[in-house]
Design a protein around this ligand. Structure first.
Ligand SMILES: *[C@@H]1O[C@H](CO)[C@@H](O)[C@H](O)[C@H]1NC(C)=O
Ligand SMILES: *[C@@H]1O[C@H](CO)[C@@H](O)[C@H](O)[C@H]1NC(C)=O
Ligand SMILES: *[C@@H]1O[C@H](CO)[C@@H](O)[C@H](O)[C@H]1NC(C)=O
Ligand SMILES: *[C@@H]1O[C@H](CO)[C@@H](O)[C@H](O)[C@H]1NC(C)=O
Ligand SMILES: *[C@@H]1O[C@H](CO)[C@@H](O)[C@H](O)[C@H]1NC(C)=O
Ligand SMILES: *[C@@H]1O[C@H](CO)[C@@H](O)[C@H](O)[C@H]1NC(C)=O
Ligand SMILES: *[C@@H]1O[C@H](CO)[C@@H](O)[C@H](O)[C@H]1NC(C)=O
Length: 508
């Protein structure tokens, strides 16, 4: 009986986590699991700073807190080298033009349609891979574009929903890959482009973003490019005071095309109405790289000795600067934004930058981000919710990405009552002020950690349960044994009685 009661006691023992809310009126469901309590902070967004106070019989720290983080892991065996390194080749076996081209060839551009990944090698070779769940890159094939080999300045590939395109300053080729063969169509109306340029195709329109020449829009009709509109400095700014223009990079977010002008800052273009947004302007000179996603904007300025990373939020007709970070001289080539993190691609050191941190609110520990070394990334493409493909100069690899929420876990070892007060600054909360665009919150959560009875660690608890089960089994076995012995005795007794009885009847 005593053992049975102990058994029940172990199962019923629980910690009561009570939530007394002050600043935070909503009740938060808690997971109370024996001696361990843990919860994640998804509904608070990013935790910027936290303090934990104990107020009870014992004020030893019983809680552990981990800030949110970004998991970025290369999947084993997914690194595929596509370009052979010519550096290993004997120099005497190379032709003069190959030596002129440089010793090592490399990938210079990439594009996707659905799960088809196309990579362009400097010498005009096209690599095709198909992304399969698994994750894996399969059906690898190589093609040669019939382009004029030569200088191929600013060579790049792009795609719309139907076709891929190869473009350099002299040539424009549309191509598709069907059943293992490359079909290509030359676009003859392409005029030679001077100066650096970036280009993309969207709904049959070709947007050419071309340094000091501004932006030109062409309509692609029957494989002919027809100039629809051209935006020069006066069309872009529509106001005096701007004397120089140099469109250097762009980014598309929702219906807007953000144009980065190295000389002045950022202007935007409404892709639906095909008009420059007259009022919008971010005055930030000298930037080279732009990325906008969900109104979160990153600009990178390259100086002689250092780089500045500006993080802001698009707001009304401009932006609100959130943070400026200075990094020692590094050339940032590309930016890949995730929800709360940004990968700043700077070879060979990449930095996982955490967004939304306002210095006044945040733990300085979070500012720097994680640096990691990789081969030279050209960029990253999201393939599904869990995986991205990283494109290197010499090949591709698949990465697992996940944004992990902040988490707290507490464990009590003694019978105690402890009040735990958690104060936190976060990017979100249930009672946030909707009219404040940053929605930063300061919250206070109070938990009463009420532990009754003798506590055991989960391991000890399991051991104890085993012990109880074994003890219970032994008791049951004993009962059965005793019962069997008594029964056997009874049977024997009956048998003897029976014999005695029959003897008695015989003697009469
Ligand atoms: C939250 O931010 C406020 C305002 O800057 C600061 O005074 C406070 O210390 C922060 N609280 C925590 C827990 O970080
Ligand atoms: C380009 O380089 C690859 C090796 O990386 C080679 O297989 C291919 O034949 C080259 N193509 C041309 C046109 O030179
Ligand atoms: C990949 O190759 C396999 C075998 O050759 C073929 O069955 C499959 O249809 C191909 N997948 C794609 C997407 O081309
Ligand atoms: C962009 O243009 C479309 C079509 O004219 C218009 O409906 C939309 O409001 C414009 N967007 C902004 C933010 O002006
Ligand atoms: C908080 O930030 C603002 C600018 O965003 C700055 O002017 C102010 O000095 C900061 N306050 C503290 C206490 O750091
Ligand atoms: C973060 O929280 C700690 C502990 O409460 C506090 O000392 C520090 O000032 C806070 N930092 C900021 C930037 O608010
Ligand atoms: C919400 O934020 C706005 C802008 O920061 C401020 O003007 C307003 O007073 C705030 N409202 C409340 C209820 O705190």
């Amino acid at each position: 009986m005593l053992i049975f009661l102990q058994f029940l006691h172990v199962f019923s023992q629980e910690i009561t986590w009570t939530n007394y809310s002050f600043a935070f009126p909503q009740f938060i469901p808690l997971i109370a699991e024996k001696t361990v309590f843990s919860r994640t902070f998804e509904e608070f967004g990013q935790i910027l700073n936290i303090s934990i106070e104990y107020n009870g019989e014992f004020d030893e720290p019983i809680c552990n807190f981990d800030y949110q983080y970004m998991l970025f892991q290369r999947q084993p065996d997914t690194l595929i080298a596509l370009v052979t390194d010519l550096q290993q080749i004997d120099i005497d076996s190379l032709k003069t033009e190959e030596i002129q081209q440089g010793f090592s060839d490399e990938l210079i551009s990439f594009a996707t349609i659905d799960r088809n990944l196309i990579l362009l090698e400097k010498n005009g070779t096209i690599h095709h891979l198909y992304y399969n769940d698994g994750p894996a890159l399969t059906n690898y094939t190589v093609y040669q574009l019939s382009i004029n080999q030569g200088v191929n300045e600013y060579a790049q590939i792009l795609s719309d929903t139907q076709s891929f395109y190869y473009v350099d300053s002299d040539q424009f080729v549309k191509f598709n890959i069907n059943n293992g063969s490359l079909e290509e169509i030359k676009i003859h109306s392409w005029n030679k482009v001077n100066d650096h340029f970036k280009i993309f195709v969207r709904q049959e329109y070709v947007y050419l973003i071309n340094g000091i020449s501004g932006m030109s829009i062409y309509k692609m009709q029957n494989n002919i490019l027809l100039l629809v509109n051209k935006f020069m400095i006066q069309d872009i700014y529509q106001s005096p005071g701007f004397t120089n223009l140099n469109l250097i990079d762009y980014s598309i977010d929702k219906e807007f095309l953000y144009l980065l002008d190295h000389e002045n800052g950022v202007k935007r273009f409404n892709l639906t109405s095909m008009h420059i947004d007259k009022n919008f302007f971010i005055s930030q000179k000298g930037c080279k790289v732009i990325s906008v996603q969900n109104n979160q904007i990153i600009l990178i300025q390259q100086n002689q000795l250092f780089s500045e990373i500006y993080e802001g939020r698009i707001f009304n007709d401009s932006w609100v600067l959130i943070r400026k970070k200075t990094a020692t001289k590094q050339i940032y080539r590309n930016i890949k934004q995730f929800d709360n993190y940004t990968l700043l691609i700077s070879n060979p050191t990449n930095n996982m930058y955490q967004k939304n941190l306002i210095e006044n609110f945040s733990d300085p520990y979070l500012y720097n981000g994680d640096n990691f070394y990789q081969m030279e990334f050209l960029g990253l493409i999201e393939m599904d919710t869990d995986f991205v493909v990283g494109i290197y100069k010499y090949g591709v690899a698949i990465y697992y990405v996940q944004e992990k929420s902040a988490q707290i876990s507490c464990q009590a070892r003694l019978s105690q009552q402890n009040r735990v007060t958690i104060r936190l600054n976060s990017t979100n909360c249930l009672n946030k002020n909707q009219s404040d665009i940053f929605n930063y919150c300061q919250c206070r959560l109070d938990y009463v950690f009420d532990v009754h009875g003798v506590l055991m660690s989960p391991y000890q608890e399991n051991l104890y349960i085993y012990f109880c089960v074994v003890a219970f089994a032994i008791v049951v076995a004993l009962f059965v044994a005793i019962f069997l012995i008594i029964r056997r005795y009874q049977l024997k007794k009956e048998k003897i009685d029976h014999i005695r009885k029959s003897r008695r009847t015989l003697s009469y």
